[in-house]
Design a binder for this molecule. Structure first.
Ligand SMILES: [Zn+2]
Length: 131
C-alpha cells in the first residue's frame, strides 16, 4: 500500500455501504480474472482480478475492514464489518498480490463477466487448497 497522492490513474472500488473505499491502479485493466471453487470463494462467489500489493490502497474504512483467515492463515480476506461485503484478499499463492472483488469497482457491469471461468482452488490449489 502506498500513501502517495497519485490518484489520477486509480479506479475506485467500494463496499456496499460505502464505509470502505479502495484505490486501485490497473494499468492493464483487469488481469487474472477468475472465479474459484475453493471453500471460501465458492461461498462468496465473487469474480476477482489481481493487483500488485503496491497498487492497492485503502482510501477510507481501514477501521471497519475486518480480516478473516483460516487453514494456513496465509491468505488474508478483507471485508467490510458494516455491510459484510468482501472487498479484497491477500493471495496465498502469490502473496505480492491482492485479489479484489471486481463487482466493487465503480461502474462495473457484473453481467458482462458471466464467462469468467473457475480456477480449481478446491482440488488443485497452487499451494494445495484454501486460498
Ligand atoms: Zn460496507
Amino acid at each position: 500500500m502506498s500513501d502517495e497522492e497519485d490518484e489520477e490513474d486509480e479506479v475506485i472500488a467500494s463496499c456496499h455501504c460505502g464505509a470502505v473505499a479502495l484505490g486501485l491502479r490497473l494499468p492493464n485493466g483487469f488481469t487474472g480474472l477468475r472465479r474459484c471453487n475453493c471453500s471460501i470463494c465458492s461461498r462468496r462467489n465473487a469474480v476477482v482480478a489481481s493487483v500488485g500489493i503496491e497498487d492497492l490502497r485503502v482510501i477510507r474504512g481501514s477501521d471497519v475492514l475486518q480480516t478473516y483467515t483460516f487453514n494456513t492463515h496465509t491468505a488474508k480476506h478483507y471485508f467490510c464489518s458494516v455491510c459484510g461485503i468482501y472487498t479484497h484478499h491477500q493471495r496465498r499463492s502469490v502473496p505480492t498480490e491482492y485479489g479484489f472483488n471486481i463487482a466493487c469497482v465503480e461502474g462495473i457491469k457484473i453481467e458482462e463477466f458471466q464467462s469468467v471461468g473457475y480456477l480449481d482452488g478446491r482440488d488443485n490449489h497452487p499451494k494445495d487448497i484454501g486460498e
